[in-house]
Design a protein around this ligand. Sequence first.
Ligand code: PLP
Length: 224
Amino acid sequence: MESIAPNLKKYQGQLPGHCRLIAVSKTKPVEMIAEAYALGQRDFGENKVQELVDKQALLPNDIQWHMIGHLQRNKVKFIAPFVALIHAVDSGRLLSEINKQAIKNDRVIDCLLQVHIAEEESKFGWSAESLLEFVRGKEPDNYTHIRIRGLMGMATNTDDELQVRKEFKRLKSLFDELKKMGDTDRVSMQELSMGMTSDFKIAVEEGSTMVRIGTAIFGDRVRK
Ligand SMILES: *Cc1c(COP(=O)(O)O)cnc(C)c1O
């Protein structure tokens, strides 16, 4: 197994202090995660519930596990006991289920709302309008055991840097608009999760507080 130490150091070193590195370990073995852990990395991202649960059981308890992928409501219960942050909450119905499972586990679960910023059709997420309406309408107050900590978005998968930058700018300005509305018990705009291997530099320039980097740290993923 090739050492990931040089990659990890390189990317940790490139990020400004206010931006956290989420090491995206999906499809990678626990040995690699353990190596990153030994190097001081504590935040890891996975996009499949079963894989996340399996890995969590085998690795140290002080790892912060980030669920970064699309989450089905019937699977929330498996990660609710331990997940640190759910990045891709794309509906009120999903929030409602997370709230229910958080109550069962007697904890408050931190969430980010995923905003649809890409021009591509396939991506999940709220539109800016529906999200503003949701927050202005005080809907989050219904969910006593969740805390909305910010927003997450994925830019169009393209080499066109201007396009990517435009999409990140749009997400940042929505973030700022929501932040201006002020904190409530349920909503506190602190985190902006944007940027992955191909576009994290642009994302950081545009105000990201969390980048989700997989390939650049762990190498290419083999598709099953
Ligand atoms: C896989 C994944 C990433 C990381 O992608 P890389 O290109 O390997 O850095 C980031 N965010 C989400 C939501 C992912 O599913």
